[in-house]
Design a protein around this ligand. Sequence first.
Ligand code: TRP
Length: 453
Amino acid sequence: MTTEQRTSIHGQWSTRMAFILAATGSAVGLGNIWKFPYIAGENGGGAFVLVYLCCIAAIGVPIMMAEVMLGRRGRQSPINTMATLATEEGRPQFWSLLGWMGVLAGFLILSYYSVIAGWALSYVFRTASGMFVGATADGVGSIFSQFIASAESLLAWHTIFMVATMIIVARGVQHGLEKAVRYLMPLLFILLVILVFYSMTTGYFSEGLVFLFTADFSKITTGSILIAMGHAFFTLSLGMGAIMVYGSYLPKDTSIAKASMIIASADTVVALLAGMVIFPIVFANGLEPGAGPGLIFKTLPIAFGQMDAGVLIGTLFFILLVFAAWTSAISLIEPAVAWLVENKSMNRIYASVWIGIATWFMGIGTVLSFNIGSNVKWLDKTFFDLLDNLTANIMLPLGGLFIAIFAGWLMREQSSRDELASTEKGYVIWQILVRYVSPVAVMIVFLNAIGVF
Ligand code: TRP
């Protein structure tokens, strides 16, 4: 079969816009609104943000293009796509291991992602109940601490989120996702803009901006550069096959370069807006920018408690955040589900349920790491911290590195040219980035972080 005739057994996006929406849905999630502000806060702000932005442009966009391209050419789950392309390009079969590492990374990420999404879900109801109206920063902080101290509550919300994810994945990712993203993402964006206006009224807006956008390089360490790079992968959903599997449902006539740039820009704007909302609130209330994973839950409710129509806006905000998390969660298990359907002739329903149950079990570790097991540490990190580090800072960049090497060096130029169908200039720029810039940058950051130089 030629690559022209190859189609995915899982279906295809109805329009090119559907792909952009689905991939944006995957990219925009807890990574932008929950994770970006707290890691920026922990790593000193501006300089970290600058490194992150450079990583998005120089590593993220070219690797996203490579991932979509491989997916569209292979038209299967990442494991089988890599196996097929390796054969076609005359490379060893072990390239399918890249797909396997992605499946493992997706499973591990979803196990904690679902727990945090559960927090957001519970905050829908907390905000709606009016419990934050007029609350002080201390009050909001202690509500959060009490909440995460209860393993039972965290487990319950994690369970609800996981079940919801399983149901959608079982139905097939193409159904309904497009509409959810088309209407809900712009709404989330509007709410963030409203919140930025609120932050302007705190009197600490400029402090927030200075923190986010003035680069003080004395605050940056090799460790924080690794975190910034890891987050570029995480926030764009790269390095584990999620974008590859979405690419496998992409019609042939879509421009991969344009789509990738739209997705990366939308993702970056959402993250920066979230930062512009959070930090003024942090400084206005004398909170710590480095407060860790609870940061948005300790800051946003203060705003919702003070602003006009805060209950409504706050409730809507957390609903949309849960939706954003949901459209991301789906993409984390799609590679594994697609593989089970292809190779084990399982139907989508069984495949989703099995993977969902396994992920749910794994999530218990994260649930406990915030309460009963918060003192169980290894290398001074809790279970959640270890998982997050292992996946975002090691597995995803490693996956991205191999994707870049395969797409840039091992695939015949004719194949990638054919698939990308860019202008000559566009192609050459991509080739330089994916051959030299991205892999070298990833390797330097890695070697640096483990102390080689
Ligand atoms: N990008 C999502 C976020 O920012 C999370 C996510 C979805 C993800 N799919 C992924 C991260 C694949 C890494 C790999 O919230």
